[in-house]
Design a protein around this ligand. Structure first.
Ligand code: PGA
Length: 250
């Protein structure tokens, strides 16, 4: 059984290195937690090195994005090898904010996933429907498209390192989390598609996370009742007390 994965997505926060160090120092206190939980912190790129230096090996590091090429004239971009060199083990790919503000498509997500897997890192592919899509009853359609197009052409044997985060877009940063039973239906559907793509054995090893307004009150439900293997946490990961409560509650 792999460990429950708790991923802190700091997004573009905090606003300076001193605060980032402080936040990291506080959540490092979680080290006494049960061995069942794996905590991954995904700071902005520019803080990763400092977090690595302050790490005690308890926490893993991840990045919030990457580029698919390995080097060259791609101003502003960061390769998976660079991230690996900084000690990252995980890379978030296709987050809805990347899709919304930076025009990321499923095809771009696919190229990034391939680059992440080729570097022997674990991609966390974010998928999820928007509010209007949910109202139109298109959730399954969207999830299927995002998975199939995001994973097209990737070798089955590489998929064992994949992680999927189900993040309904309407639940992100709104305080309006998806009810566990609705999330569970989506989670089961995602697993079904993965089985088709990768075969049962590989698919069963792929962890599926829930993300979207997770807090210390609802966190446990997603793991214990809705069957998710972890959580992707935005806002609440910036509040060390709340984040520690979430981890302790699950
Ligand atoms: P949230 O963000 O926890 O603030 O809703 C989750 C995410 O965007 O990954």
């Amino acid at each position: 059984m792999s460990k429950i994965l708790v991923v802190a997505n700091w997004k573009m926060n905090p606003s300076n290195l001193a605060e980032a160090r402080h936040l990291y120092r506080l959540i490092k206190k979680l080290k006494n937690l049960e061995k069942k939980i794996e905590i991954v912190v995904c700071p902005p790129f520019v803080y990763i090195l400092a977090m690595k230096q302050g790490n005690n090996g308890i926490m893993k590091l991840g990045s919030q994005d990457c580029f698919w090429e390995q080097k060259g004239a791609f101003t502003g971009e960061i390769s998976t090898q660079m991230l690996k060199d900084l000690g990252c083990k995980y890379v978030i790919v296709g987050h809805s904010e990347r899709r919304k503000y930076f025009g990321e498509t499923d095809e771009m997500a696919r190229k990034k996933i391939k680059a992440v897997l080729d570097a022997d890192l674990s991609p966390i592919l974010c998928i999820g429907e928007m509010k209007e899509e949910r109202y139109r009853g298109e959730t399954s359609l969207i999830l299927r498209r995002q998975i199939e197009e995001g994973l097209q052409g990737i070798f089955k044997k590489q998929l064992k390192n994949l992680i999927i985060a189900y993040e309904p877009v309407w639940a992100i940063g709104t305080g309006n989390a998806c009810q566990p039973d609705e999330a569970m239906t989506a989670g089961l559907f995602i697993r079904k598609i993965l089985v088709k793509l990768a075969g049962r054995k590989t698919a069963n090893g792929i962890r599926i996370l829930y993300g979207g307004s997770v807090n210390s009150e609802n966190a446990r439900d997603y793991i214990k009742n809705a069957g998710f293997q972890g959580l992707l946490i935005g806002g609440a990961s910036l509040d060390p007390r709340e984040f520690m409560k979430i981890v302790r509650n699950i």
